[in-house]
Design a protein around this ligand. Structure first.
Ligand SMILES: [Ca+2]
Ligand SMILES: [Ca+2]
Ligand SMILES: [Ca+2]
Ligand SMILES: [Ca+2]
Length: 289
């Protein structure tokens, strides 16, 4: 008879025993008894149950679409591919470029839909909002979020690069009445709006970008939103979006002043030198009454 090698688990001591059977009755060690469990493929499968990290599969509002209504961002919903554990601190970081400072927000988790809900104390309006979702978030097995995002302002989901770990950076531009999403509200927006006036979803000539309040039609409500906002603008550049994208990949870039203080809370590794572009933006912000 061919020598048969076996491994079994003693339930008394939880020790693994390795033995070899030379024949039907001859063992190099004693044979397993009924109180011991032979390891099976099923056992191995259980031990390796979950090695798949969670990913972000959705974010609302969509960064690519901007927010152009008269309310602003009241909440951000981040959907995950599986049940996740949200730590009480360090799960998210958010700031706005125009108004500065940490956006005060609350968080909650909807376990039915695996959705993290981030709620600013007041709606964020006419600003560029940056949201970082960190890999302090894990699945039930402890796998950290696979969160990398290629383009914060136009993210491709699901997140991640296939390896556990990596934070997600999102940029949401919020400007009431900005039909053409160029960062200023002026006559050009009014022209596009009028071209679609009276049209609803599915009708020829309906322009979804002109439906500012996302109610399915372009009508007097949208015109009112546009007129009230005419003349407003976003911070003059969007360079911070690229900066954030870079530091998300390298962790080497840095931001000082208000933004740096926020980030240092999140990760002291960000205490590096500010880039010129962000310096200028922060300077503009500081001069704003
Ligand atoms: Ca998992
Ligand atoms: Ca990753
Ligand atoms: Ca515009
Ligand atoms: Ca509308």
């Amino acid at each position: 008879m061919t020598r048969q090698r076996l491994i079994w688990l003693t339930t008394a001591s939880l020790a693994l025993v390795i033995g070899a059977r030379h024949s039907a009755t001859v063992w190099a060690q004693r044979p397993p008894n009924t109180s011991e469990t032979r390891l099976t493929v099923a056992n191995k499968t259980q031990r390796n149950a979950d090695i798949t990290p969670p990913r972000i599969i959705s974010i609302t509002p969509s960064p690519a679409n901007w927010v152009v209504d008269n309310i602003g961002v009241r909440e951000i919903r981040v959907g995950f591919s599986e049940t996740v554990i949200i730590p009480p601190v360090g799960a998210v970081l958010s700031w706005t470029l125009w108004h500065g400072g940490v956006t005060v927000y609350g968080t909650s988790y909807d376990s039915a839909t695996n959705t993290l809900i981030i709620t600013p104390a007041t709606p964020v309006r006419d600003d560029r909002l940056t949201l970082i979702v960190t890999d302090a978030i894990t699945d039930a097995a402890g796998n950290p979020l696979d969160g990398e995002i290629d383009d914060p302002a136009n993210p491709t989901l699901p997140s991640g690069n296939g390896s556990p770990g990596g934070r997600a950076v999102f940029r949401i531009n919020i400007l009431q009445g900005d039909v053409n999403r160029d960062g200023v509200v002026n006559d050009a927006d009014g022209t596009v709006l009028l071209n679609s006036l009276g049209k609803c979803t599915g009708m020829p000539g309906f322009n979804v970008n002109a439906d500012l309040n996302i109610d399915g039609c372009v009508n007097a409500l949208d015109v009112a939103i546009y007129k009230l906002a005419k003349g407003r603008s976003l911070p003059p550049t969007d360079l911070i979006s690229r900066e954030v994208s870079v530091f998300n990949r390298t962790f080497e870039n840095a931001i000082t002043d208000t933004v740096a203080r926020e980030i240092s809370v999140f990760n002291s590794a960000f205490d590096n030198e500010i880039s010129d572009s962000i310096s200028r933006e922060v300077s503009v912000e500081n001069q704003t009454p």
